[in-house]
Write a protein that binds this ligand. Structure first.
Ligand SMILES: Nc1ncnc2c1ncn2[C@@H]1O[C@H](COP(=O)(O)OP(=O)(O)OP(=O)(O)O)[C@@H](O)[C@H]1O
Ligand SMILES: [Mg+2]
Length: 393
C-alpha cells in the first residue's frame, strides 16, 4: 500500500487578515477569540492525515467542523493558509494553474451534495461533461459516459433530461460524471445527505459494491456516523477544525477518544461494527453432556441462570439446556439431559453482532460464541444485544 494523499498541518483562515490570524493561532488563541477580536474564521487549525491508495477515508463531524473546507483543500478548490497537501507525493498547493487543471480533470473528481446538473443537457451529455471540457472527441466521451452510466444503473436513461429524474437518480448522474473521467481519487462531500433514507441506503450499498470493484481512493464527507461506519474504512472525526480521533469503525465504537466522539455513538448502529468477541463474556457455568439433570438444576440455581450451555468431553458445544426443562427432567426422574437439549444461536468470534438474529430476543437465550473447533469461547447475552441494538434507536 502506498500513501495517495498526505495532508500536513493544514490551517485555513477565511477572511482578509490570514497572517494576523495565523500569528494568533501560534500564540495559542482560540478560534472563538480570533473570530471575536479580528473577525477571521479559523476553519482548519492544523489538520494532518494520510489516505492510502484504494482506501475509503471518511471525514465526519458536526456542521461547521471544517469537513468541506478540508476536502476542498485536496483539489485546491480551497487553498490552505498554511501547511500542505500532497497527492502522489507532489505538493498540490504549490502547483501552477496548468498542472492543477490536469490533476482536477484526470486524477481527482468531486461529487457534491447538490449536484448541479445542466437542465438542457441529456443525462448522457451531463455524464460526459467532464470529458467534454477536456476536449475529448464525441465518440470516445460518449462511450466512456455510457460505461459510467451503466455502472450506476442509468444507461436506459441516457437520452432523458435531468427534470425527469428523481433525486437519487440525479445523484447517480453526478456520480457517473465523476466516474466517466476514471479518476484515481474521488472526493465526495455529503453526496447522499439530501436523499431520503431508503434511497440513501441504496446509494450507500451501491457505492460499496462499486468501490469493491474499482478500488479508488475515496475521501467521503458525512455528518452521519452510521453512514461513515457502513463505508468500512477509517474515519477521522473533526471538531472545530481539528481531528479529534482517527481510526477504523471498531476503534471509534469501542474506544471513543472523548465525549465529543461518544456523543455520535449514541445514535449509531453499533451492532454493525462490533464483533461478537468485543462484547462476549464467559458463561457463568457450563454443563457436561455426561452430567445429570439434577446437577444442571443445581448449577443453574447457584448462579441464578435460566439456561446453561452444554459441552461434550472434547469441549465442543452440543446444545443449551433450559432451567425449566432441567426441572421437568428431575420431576420425571430422568437423569439423562441429552434429549432435552436445544440448539442455541451461534456466532464466530469475528462475526459482526448484527448477524445475531433478532429471534434470540424472544427466546431469552444468549448467543454462543464458538471457535473453529466448535469450542465454546464465550457468550453474548440477549440483554447485551438488546442494549446494543436498542442504543442505536
Ligand atoms: N467561503 C467561506 N467564507 C467564510 N467562512 C467560511 C467559508 N466556508 C466555510 N466557512 C466557515 O468555516 C468553518 C468550516 O466550514 P465548513 O463548511 O468547512 O464546515 P462543514 O464541516 O463542511 O459544515 P457542514 O456540515 O455544515 O457542511 C465554518 O465556521 C464556516 O462558517
Ligand atoms: Mg460541508
Amino acid at each position: 500500500m502506498s500513501v495517495k494523499i498526505e495532508v500536513k498541518d493544514v490551517i485555513k483562515i477565511y477572511g482578509d487578515k490570514p497572517e494576523l490570524a495565523l500569528k494568533m493561532i501560534r500564540e495559542g488563541h482560540s478560534k472563538e477569540e480570533i473570530l471575536k477580536r479580528i473577525d477571521q474564521t479559523v476553519a482548519l487549525q492544523g489538520v494532518s492525515f494520510e489516505v492510502e491508495e484504494g482506501e475509503t477515508f471518511v471525514l465526519m463531524g458536526l456542521s461547521g467542523s471544517g469537513k468541506s473546507t478540508m476536502i476542498r483543500c485536496i483539489n485546491l478548490l480551497v487553498k490552505p493558509t498554511s501547511g500542505s497537501v500532497y497527492v502522489d507525493g507532489k505538493r498540490i498547493d504549490a502547483m501552477d494553474r496548468k498542472q492543477l487543471r490536469e490533476i482536477r480533470g484526470e486524477k481527482i473528481a468531486m461529487v457534491f451534495q447538490h449536484f448541479a446538473l445542466y437542465p438542457n443537457r441529456t443525462v448522457l451529455d451531463n455524464a460526459a461533461f467532464g470529458l467534454e471540457i477536456r476536449g475529448m472527441p464525441e465518440d470516445e466521451r460518449y462511450k466512456r459516459a455510457e460505461d459510467a452510466l451503466e455502472k450506476v444503473g442509468l444507461l436506459g436513461w441516457r437520452d432523458r433530461f435531468p427534470t425527469e429524474l428523481s433525486g437519487g437518480m440525479k445523484q447517480r448522474v453526478g456520480l457517473a460524471r465523476a466516474l466517466a473521467v476514471d479518476p484515481e481519487i474521488l472526493l465526495m462531500d455529503e453526496p447522499f445527505s439530501a436523499l431520503d433514507p431508503l434511497i440513501r441506503n441504496e446509494m450507500q450499498e451501491e457505492l460499496i459494491a462499486l468501490q469493491n470493484e474499482m478500488k479508488k481512493t475515496i475521501v467521503f464527507v458525512t455528518h452521519d456516523l452510521d453512514e461513515g461506519l457502513r463505508l468500512g474504512g477509517r474515519i477521522a472525526i473533526m471538531r472545530d477544525g481539528r481531528i479529534e480521533q482517527i481510526g477504523d469503525g471498531r476503534d471509534i465504537v469501542t474506544q471513543p477518544a472523548n465525549e465529543y466522539v461518544e456523543r455520535f455513538l449514541d445514535k449509531v448502529n453499533r451492532a454493525s461494527v462490533l464483533r461478537a468477541e468485543d462484547v462476549m463474556t464467559s458463561p457463568p457455568e457450563v454443563l457436561g453432556d455426561w452430567e445429570t439433570a439434577w446437577t444442571a438444576v443445581k448449577k443453574m440455581q447457584r448462579k441464578d441462570m435460566d439456561y446453561i450451555f452444554v459441552i461434550n468431553k472434547n469441549n465442543k458445544l452440543v446444545g443449551v439446556l433450559l432451567l425449566e426443562d432441567a426441572i421437568r427432567l428431575v420431576d420425571e426422574n430422568e437423569k439423562n439431559i441429552k434429549k432435552m437439549l436445544k440448539k442455541p444461536e451461534v456466532l464466530e468470534p469475528s462475526a459482526p453482532l448484527a448477524e445475531a438474529s433478532s429471534k434470540i430476543l424472544n427466546t431469552g437465550i444468549g448467543v454462543a460464541v464458538v471457535n473453529e473447533e466448535k469450542n465454546l469461547v464465550g457468550e453474548v447475552s440477549w440483554r447485551e444485544i438488546m442494549e446494543i441494538i436498542g442504543g442505536s434507536r
